[in-house]
Ligand binder design. Structure first.
Ligand code: SF4
Ligand code: FES
Length: 333
């Protein structure tokens, strides 16, 4: 086991755990953001650099600081390590720079993008980005590609996180994924289209952190915050059958897998559940999906709100923004 501190909070994790996953053990605001790492897909991470942190002390044995900021999703912890995330101005400045790079080519077409409201890049830019761009060059653009009749690839929006290629590689039978080209010519290989017949290809949509891969059966049907998400399940022989139904009135507009607090799917669903069962009668509805109050999707989404808890959370966030150290038990909660 290794004991380390992240922004002053102590945590003990098994050797070999990444700094990011150690931070997730603590939870709350000090967890670095992640755009490419995906815990249920092997080998992900190390591509986007938004999870950069400062290692002010490597370990008890070797207390030297690491010379550069490191990707927390790919750097293993050390016993006695001291990590700074939000408490390091250098990290916040670097993260701002990374967001600026990610937005060099990413179009600001949120008003017409289906991912708006549940887009990790939108959230990241809101929390860490600069309000202006310094880039004046020509942005790269691509033709939209249909990956079969259910998935649309809008490469112009892609941030090359590689998550979809890992889905194609790890959840489908044939090795069909790939990124071709280098630098600003790099693009998701259209060979990914060959994954379309596979029962699990639709999961590419869920893992995509931006609006580059969208569900053609849902495109332009509704802004996501006007929908009413419900947890539901059905008996399925191919997957767990546990999904979220995104409803408007009695109509099921979209079916997705369930994501955790880090936006990651733990139980992938098959294409039959995702695309073929769009009637409420196909499902056993469990109840309203819990939506984080910080999310724009929480608009029009009513659950029993604990006002005391909400007030405490707002006070906690304000205190954190003022740079005060929070009591450990509050961060855990
Ligand atoms: S299409 Fe989406 S999931 Fe695939 S590499 Fe691009 S941003 Fe990542
Ligand atoms: S999440 Fe660590 S580099 Fe992308």
């Amino acid at each position: 086991m290794a004991k380390l501190t992240i922004d002053g909070v102590e945590v003990e994790v098994p050797d070999g755990t990444s700094i990011l996953n150690a931070a997730r053990q603590i939870g709350g605001a000090l967890v670095p953001p992640a755009m490419c790492y995906y815990s249920s897909l092997k080998e992900t991470g190390g591509k986007c650099r938004v999870c950069l942190v400062k290692v002010a002390q490597g370990s008890t044995k070797d207390p030297r600081p690491m010379p550069k900021l490191v990707a927390s999703c790919r750097t293993p912890v050390g016993d006695g390590m001291v990590v700074q995330n939000l408490t390091s101005p250098e990290v916040l400045e670097a993260r701002k720079g990374v967001v600026e790079f990610l937005l060099l080519n990413h179009p600001l077409d949120c008003p017409i993008c289906d991912q708006a409201g549940e887009c990790d890049l939108q959230n990241l830019a809101y929390e860490h980005g600069a309000s202006t761009t310094r880039y004046e060059g020509e942005r790269r653009t691509f033709e939209k590609i249909d990956i079969g009749d259910k998935i649309k690839l809008h490469m112009t929006r892609c941030i090359l996180c590689y998550r979809c290629t890992y889905v194609a590689d790890q959840l489908t039978n044939e090795r069909v994924h790939g990124v071709i080209g280098r630098g600003d010519r790099a693009e998701i290989s259209t060979y990914i289209q060959k994954a379309v017949d596979n029962d699990f290809s639709g999961n590419m949509i869920d893992v995509c952190p931006v609006g580059a891969l969208t569900d053609r059966t849902f495109r332009f049907k509704s802004r996501v915050w006007f929908t009413d998400p419900k947890d539901a399940h059905r008996n399925c022989t191919k997957c767990s059958g546990k999904v979220v139904l995104w409803m408007k009135g009695d109509e099921v507009l979209r079916v997705t897998a369930r994501k955790d607090q880090y936006g990651e799917v733990k139980e992938y669903i098959c294409n039959e559940c995702r695309f073929e069962h769009k009637k409420v009668s196909d499902w056993t509805v469990e109840g309203p999906r819990h939506i984080d109050r910080h999310s724009v999707i929480a608009q029009n989404h009513y659950e029993k709100i604990d006002l005391q808890k909400l007030k405490k959370e707002v006070e906690r966030q304000l205190e954190f923004q003022r740079g005060k150290q929070l009591p450990e038990n509050e961060i855990h909660s």
